[in-house]
Design a protein around this ligand. Structure first.
Ligand code: SF4
Length: 472
């Protein structure tokens, strides 16, 4: 059985896409590091990267070519200075050379050494084939698949055959519920026991709070950065305008100060919902601008979890508590694992229901748990949120993660809050559909969905606007 930690679902990344930017980047890192480990890096004279299927169809808009160049250069998505990305890739294009891992220069022309092939490789629509040639003519070839949320598998790898043992293994939410009933504990009791098999308590807390800081900073930066998004669609960032209407004449020196001020606001329901949208827009405008965000469970859907978490902290609790943040992220991450194990978190496999739908479901369960809902109510909220995203297509205009993606994060967040409210007022024993059933339905819907609506930009809204995507 595949065993997943919450840190497999929530991870620090840069925009705009977990499957099309982070995934290829990680694949390239694995390839180039394996060459270095074999002490062959200094012998490499040529590298060619082929991006297949959805990676070819929307790869330029999703900056897959940028990810390839940065991965080859030895940059890491968690640590790269996002302000330097454009400069670094322009230098590679102009010089037609690249320093592998920053130390071994070779000729590299992105126009000919990164090849977009629209046909699919057999295992998954996001295929990456990497060739390298050494001075003495040896050819090295590896194939990877970016299977959603930044997960990468090498050809013939089987992550589902994990041998990691958990005290409370759960492939489905029903198994989680059974564990809590047998133990007489909460969702969090089970999750902590499982997570402690991977990391110490201190490390779990520290890493979750690091994720939170990236989320908070992406909202803050998005609210305070004006201008147009890159990519050729000429989309204006709207979060700063929304923010100024909600909080005019504000002047903060750092995100912590700003957040404290937010917890002091008393606003009506309409204003609260506007704040939620503003948070979601801020994160996804940062994501679209190749900024740093937390993949949750993908980059296209990165705004849902932070905006619902901020809704909870600022407008429900009106205080920032580390324990609340940790509880929220733990439950959200766990719900995401059920979709990864039982269906997909890849839009190239399942459309936008696999991104925004899953993030909304994760947020709904986390919010319900934090607001005092029972285990059954939390799972019910997750079910309701996904139920109303079933069939949602992925049709990004120009292959960019902007339209409809940015607004869609706001919708996913609002639906999560509504789903939580419904579940908190309901008797979950009356629920007719379980979370596991809706996950199964989502997977069947994904299989019935035309490929046009699976991150190819060959259908839906993507056909309504033409845009020439410039090179990054
Ligand atoms: S439409 Fe949805 S799934 Fe597709 S790129 Fe946008 S956010 Fe991701």
């Amino acid at each position: 059985m595949e065993q997943l930690s919450v840190f497999d679902i929530l991870k620090i990344s840069i925009g705009p896409s977990s499957s099309h930017t982070l995934g290829p980047w990680r694949a390239i890192q694995r390839f180039i590091q394996s060459i270095q480990k074999a002490s062959k890096l200094s012998q490499i004279n040529t590298i060619t990267v082929e991006l297949y299927g959805s990676l070819a169809k929307t790869g330029k808009g999703h900056s897959s070519d940028t990810a390839v160049m940065l991965g080859l250069s030895g940059e890491d998505p968690e640590t790269i200075d996002t302000n330097m990305i454009r400069q670094k890739t322009q230098l590679i294009r102009q010089s037609q050379s690249i320093d592998l891992l920053g130390i071994h220069p070779i000729s590299f022309n992105p126009a000919s050494n990164i090849i977009f092939r629209p046909e699919n490789l057999p295992y998954h629509p996001n295929g990456i084939r990497i060739w390298a040639e050494t001075d003495d003519g040896e050819r090295l070839l590896e194939t990877y698949y970016s299977i959603g949320g930044g997960f990468v598998v090498k050809e013939d790898e089987h992550p589902e055959e994990s041998h990691h043992l958990l005290p409370y293994p759960a492939h489905t939410s029903k198994e989680l519920l059974t564990h809590t009933e047998k133990m007489g504990g909460s969702i969090l009791d089970i999750l902590w026991e499982n997570e402690l098999t991977w990391r110490s308590k201190e490390t779990i807390r520290m890493e979750l709070l690091q994720l939170w800081e990236v989320m908070r900073d992406s909202v803050y930066k998005g609210c305070h950065t004006e201008g147009k998004l890159p990519g050729g669609l000429n989309v204006t960032r709207r979060a700063p305008q929304m923010y100024l209407k909600l909080m005019p004449d504000s002047d903060f020196r750092k995100p912590e100060e700003w957040l404290d001020a937010l917890t002091q606001i008393n606003c009506d329901t309409q204003q609260t919902l506007k704040w939620v949208s503003c948070f979601a827009f801020a994160v996804n405008e940062e994501n679209a601008a190749l900024g740093r965000v937390v993949t949750a469970p993908t980059n296209g859907a990165a705004g849902v979890i932070p905006s619902v978490l901020l809704y909870y902290l600022c407008f429900c609790k009106q205080q920032i508590s580390e324990d609340d943040i940790i509880d929220f992220l733990m439950v959200a991450g766990e719900i995401g694992t059920y979709y990864k194990k039982g269906a997909t978190i890849s839009a190239a496999m399942g459309g936008c229901q696999a991104e925004i739908g899953v993030s909304s479901s994760m947020a709904a369960a986390a919010l319900t748990n934090c607001l005092g809902g029972s285990v059954k109510q939390s799972l019910m909220a997750a079910e309701i949120a996904m139920e109303h995203h079933l069939g949602l297509t992925c049709d990004p205009v120009g292959g960019l993660v902007q339209i409809p993606c940015i607004e869609r994060n706001s919708m996913g967040a609002i639906k999560a809050i509504t789903a939580s409210n419904i579940a908190l007022d309901a008797d979950p024993d009356d629920a007719k559909i379980s979370l596991d059933q809706v996950i199964e339905t989502m997977w069947h819907t994904a299989q019935d969905m035309s490929d046009k609506y699976k991150e190819t930009s060959e259908g839906g809204l993507a056909l309504k606007v033409s845009v020439a995507v410039p090179e990054c």
